[in-house]
Write a protein that binds this ligand. Structure first.
Ligand SMILES: [Zn+2]
Length: 114
């Protein structure tokens, strides 16, 4: 037995070494708050992702598949946190648009068929 402090209600309680919460009520409260936070970050990601896709669609409507200077992407306020990052690849994907890394100054925008 060990003395713990409940992270939800801050009360001290005695329990098994791995016991985290003073009560089921606090455990449920903690998990609900955690889930709400996850859903909020997921909602933010989806919002940014859809916004990114619209930006890339607008750019693609004007220029088609082409090479784009990196500064144009940052000026268009593309949110790099809301993309399908390809692991171990400098390429960026947002839905059906791929930004292929050419060099620090340039990306190639390609609309891919899904
Ligand atoms: Zn508690």
């Amino acid at each position: 037995m060990k003395i713990h402090q409940c992270p939800v209600c801050q009360s001290s309680f005695e329990g098994r070494k791995n016991k985290l919460y003073c009560s089921t009520k606090c455990k449920i409260e903690y998990n609900n708050a955690k889930q709400a936070k996850n859903m909020e970050s997921h909602r933010k990601f989806l919002h940014g992702f859809n916004r990114n896709r619209k930006i890339l669609q607008k750019i693609h409507d004007v220029f088609g598949d082409c090479t784009l200077p990196s500064y144009l992407l940052s000026q268009a306020r593309l949110d790099m946190n809301c993309t399908n990052m390809v692991r171990n690849s400098p390429n960026i994907q947002v839905s059906d648009f791929q930004l292929r890394y050419i060099n620090q100054e340039n990306y190639q925008i390609i609309k891919i068929k899904l």
